[in-house]
Write a protein that binds this ligand. Structure first.
Ligand SMILES: *[C@@H]1O[C@H](CO)[C@@H](O)[C@H](O)[C@H]1NC(C)=O
Ligand SMILES: *[C@@H]1O[C@H](CO)[C@@H](O)[C@H](O)[C@H]1NC(C)=O
Ligand SMILES: *[C@@H]1O[C@H](CO)[C@@H](O)[C@H](O)[C@H]1NC(C)=O
Ligand SMILES: *[C@@H]1O[C@H](CO)[C@@H](O)[C@H](O)[C@H]1NC(C)=O
Length: 569
């Protein structure tokens, strides 16, 4: 027993060393110390107290113990005990619910209400008439039988070291939906102690389809095991195939416990900035280690270096690849606006008597999504992210507190006439995260001649979506300088200070049209007290008002300080 104990200790010390480099370690530690009823793989029942040893010996290996605390479950998750996965089927051997030994009922997880848009090389599949809101097939769960085709299932050995958690939610191929429908909730659930970092996360995707890269990137911040689809986890391949999804390091398919959850979009969590910062903390050692190569890459791709001078307001444009641009949502005059921004002077830049840190602007373009780690690194250095309505704006949650997002929308897709405000504005304005850490600004295009149709609207084939809002959403736009200039001046005047932003929010000056008119009538902002909402008439006068309010030195200082790892403890 003694050599084993050493093994356990060594393993544990290693884990603690790994955890201590993350500033998030405290919240992670809480998961283990929570003195609550913990579903302990192998024990097959809920235990009365926390496990003191966090590792488990299985065969010759010791492994850190995956744990799910069912008392923290918010979504009626189900647990299958002693179960294997075989080609997307869950096969249960649990004697308590097996027909040969019991009258018990095998738990099922009803996923047939879950919708997805057909994965498409053009992005969201809702552009196809019959490609949107497709339903998941039922998850097939059956008892084991005496005619199992697979050798492994004929004589199963159930792993205690690997605990797969199946996670279903709407729209797994829409990044922004994935973030709000499920990823944020998983962060909140993990912080509440529902599952620890040794659980294997299995995102629900239609059988045989890939897990999107953004899902893997985000979920990797929650677990030390690889993220894997059920198709892959349950595939019939030799057991000696080495995946990183199981602790055993072999292709194990039978487990003491499998947990299945359908996460619903409800009032739980809604801490979107917190989730982004969780990702930042997880990846910080990694992006800091690669900072030099990211700098070089940015220079090669865009011929820019991000200045670290805090007197320069730094703005990144979400740029689109030629392939993405062909579909739609391009800022057609991006290069021209960026140049104008970088040459701005006089009345276009903050005045000296404003007493804000900013004297000029630095605008540049970046294609997000090619290297997500680089995107996090980049977002830690900018003050503002600007882009067309879309999932790219989710990158705003990586920013330091007091950062800003400018959302540009095409003609016909204003928050006035569509669901545009459900996404970036909603997520940055959660009442659970007051005072807000990301400040949302909008520019809605009301002048039809400033928009051009995207490819789906132009070709208008019979099988393309007929929804006007979807076609309008994908239009290209000419961004007007007066509107962009006005938002830059607003952002500079706000200077990362919530109270100043909130004042612009109340008067509507934060959300304008292409010709700098109010984009929304008072009372329509659901995140702010209706009675206090009013309409601005003069944007300069509103800015002069907020300049009298105190500055948040804390946010300004944090923005001016480069990221670094917390002290090792
Ligand atoms: C898993 O744990 C249970 C209970 O501790 C034990 O009976 C079983 O043998 C373990 N399984 C393996 C494969 O080690
Ligand atoms: C699954 O849920 C939906 C909606 O709640 C319901 O209509 C359907 O009957 C359920 N299916 C099963 C198999 O329980
Ligand atoms: C698991 O392997 C995949 C593919 O090689 C890799 O992208 C991922 O980062 C790995 N995950 C972990 C937790 O090691
Ligand atoms: C709409 O935009 C076009 C193109 O920039 C411009 O010529 C025209 O004056 C604008 N119309 C209004 C009403 O602002």
């Amino acid at each position: 027993m003694l050599p084993c104990m050493y093994g356990v200790r060594r393993q544990f010390a290693l884990l603690m060393a790994m955890l201590s480099i993350y500033p998030a370690a405290t919240s992670v530690d809480n998961i283990y110390t929570a003195a609550s009823r913990v579903l302990h793989p192998g024990s097959g029942r809920l235990r009365g107290e926390a496990v003191s040893t966090r590792t488990l010996l299985q065969g010759e290996h010791s492994c850190p113990l995956p744990e799910v605390d069912m008392t923290k479950d918010r979504y009626q998750c189900v647990v299958w005990k002693k179960a294997c996965v075989d080609q997307n089927v869950i096969v249960s051997y649990d004697p308590e619910v097996h027909p040969t030994t019991s009258m018990g009922t095998l738990p099922t997880l009803n996923v047939t209400e879950i919708m997805y848009n057909i994965p498409s090389r053009y992005g969201i599949g809702d552009r196809y008439r019959k490609g949107s809101a497709l339903r998941f097939p039922a998850l097939y769960v059956r008892p084991s039988n005496d005619m199992e085709e697979e050798e492994e299932l004929r004589k199963p050995s159930f792993s205690n070291c690997t605990l797969p958690m199946l996670l279903y939610a709407h729209y797994p191929y829409n990044a922004a939906e994935t973030y709000r429908y499920i990823f944020e909730k998983l962060v909140t659930l993990q912080e509440a102690g529902f599952f620890n970092r040794y659980v294997t996360l299995v995102p629900g995707v239609p059988p045989g389809s890939k897990v999107p890269s953004y899902t893997k990137f985000w979920y990797n911040s929650l677990s030390d095991r690889g993220v894997v689809s059920l198709s892959e986890l349950s595939s019939r391949r030799p057991t000696d195939t080495p995946p990183n999804t199981t602790w055993e390091g072999t292709h194990v398919r039978c487990f003491e416990q499998i947990v299945g959850c359908r996460i619903r979009y409800d009032g739980y969590g809604l801490r979107f900035y917190n989730a982004g910062q969780y990702v930042v903390r997880h990846y910080m050692p990694h992006y800091l280690a690669q900072a030099a190569s990211f700098e070089q890459r940015l220079f090669e791709l865009q011929q820019v270096r991000i200045p670290d001078d805090p007197s320069i307001l730094k703005i990144v444009f979400i740029s689109r690849t030629p392939h993405q641009s062909a579909v739609g949502r391009t800022i057609l005059n991006e290069a021209e606006i960026i140049q104008r921004c970088n040459n701005a002077e006089g009345a276009d830049v903050p005045q000296a008597d404003w007493n804000v840190p900013y004297q000029k602007y630095f605008c540049f373009a970046h294609v997000f999504g090619d290297n997500q780690l680089m995107d996090v690194w980049l977002m830690r250095q900018v003050d503002v992210i600007l882009g067309m309505h879309g999932a790219g704006l989710t990158n705003s949650f990586y920013m330091k507190p007091g950062g800003s997002v400018i959302e540009v929308r095409p003609f016909g897709f204003s928050g006035r006439e569509s669901w545009a405000n459900r996404y970036a504005r909603f997520k940055t304005s959660s009442l659970r995260e007051m005072p807000w850490n990301v400040f949302w600004y909008g520019i809605d295009t009301f002048n039809a001649s400033l928009s051009e149709p995207g490819i789906f609207e132009k070709e208008d084939k019979l099988h393309y979506s007929k929804f006007r809002a979807i076609k309008a959403r994908d239009r290209h736009v000419h961004l007007t300088w007066p509107a962009f200039r006005n938002q830059l001046l607003n952002i500079a005047a706000v200077a990362r200070t919530f109270e100043r932003y909130f004042a612009l929010r109340l008067c509507g000056a934060y959300y304008i049209t292409d010709d700098v008119q109010p984009a929304e009538l008072p009372g329509n902002d659901p995140h702010v007290d209706k009675a206090r909402q009013r309409t601005f008439s003069d944007p300069d006068a509103e800015r002069r008002l907020i300049l009298k309010m105190h500055l948040s030195n804390r946010n300004l200082q944090q923005a001016a300080t480069p990221d670094r790892l917390g002290p090792k403890t």
